[in-house]
Ligand binder design. Structure first.
Ligand code: FES
Length: 252
């Protein structure tokens, strides 16, 4: 195989200088390159499916293959790999295809989680601390923000209506429908400058997802740690109580 052909068939490769195996403190420092295959074109003839590991300190010799997903059966096509990212602190490598992201623990070389996301995935980015993945949807208009440790999508304020609809077992809410908390925030006119409000609402949504009729003390405890320099606390409390009443009745 031509070298140029091979590179075209693999996706973005990632060098990890100063990588040390997480499991062993005595591990020797190595400089490895991880290349996820197949590439953006899902040609199986140029490396199959997996993560190919090359040693940059030893003439870029191929060291091994880390398995990712099995070969598709019945002549189905493999998923095109779109991106690869890693973090030396957490020792985790992430491979994104048009549909999913897989997380590999490099100390065990096992897949830790494998998740699909609404709208699919494209080339992913990882926060410097290795704890958050930013995944563009596949040729779509939105990004999914993901907890890199668990693979779960992190709900944003924009996602609250759909989250509430799902919790009620109904279809995703129409774009104009708001989560009861969002509506209560408007009705009570909670925000002042708005700086803290995103975190306040997400925290409140988390509370109401598990506690249907929270007492005032439970609300204060749950919201403790979120600061509002504008002092909107009384209105936040009122809005949460209002939303809780609506949600307890199963309404909107
Ligand atoms: S509304 Fe200004 S910081 Fe809370």
């Amino acid at each position: 195989m031509e070298r140029r052909e091979f590179l075209a068939a693999t996706t973005a490769a990632l060098a990890m200088p100063a990588w040390k195996a997480v499991a062993s403190a005595a591990a020797v420092e190595r400089h490895l390159i991880y290349a996820a295959t197949p590439g953006i074109r899902n040609y199986m003839s140029y490396g199959g499916i997996g993560v190919l590991v090359f040693d940059a300190s030893d003439g870029h010799k191929m060291v091994k293959r880390i398995p990712t997903w099995p070969e598709p059966a019945n002549g189905q096509e493999a998923e095109n790999v779109k991106g690869v990212a890693a973090n030396a602190k957490t020792g985790r490598l992430y491979v994104s295809t048009t549909k999913r992201i897989g997380c590999i623990d490099l100390s065990t070389e096992k897949m830790v989680w494998d998740q699909t996301y609404e709208g699919g995935c494209d080339r992913i980015a990882l926060s410097p601390d290795g704890r958050t993945i930013y995944a563009p949807s596949f040729e779509g208009p939105h990004w999914t923000v993901i907890d890199a440790i668990s693979g779960k999508a992190i709900t944003t304020l924009e996602g609250m209506p759909a989250l509430y609809a799902k919790s009620r077992g109904t279809a995703a809410a129409a774009p104009a429908s708001l989560h009861p908390l969002q509506q209560a925030w408007i009705d009570v006119q909670v925000p002042h400058c708005g700086y803290c409000q995103n975190g306040m609402m997400i925290q409140a949504a988390d509370l109401l997802a598990t506690t249907k009729r929270p007492t005032e003390a439970q609300i204060r405890t749950a919201m403790n740690g979120h600061l509002c320099r504008c002092g909107t606390y009384p209105r936040i409390l009122t809005a949460i109580q209002k939303a809780a009443a609506v949600m307890a009745k199963g309404g909107k």
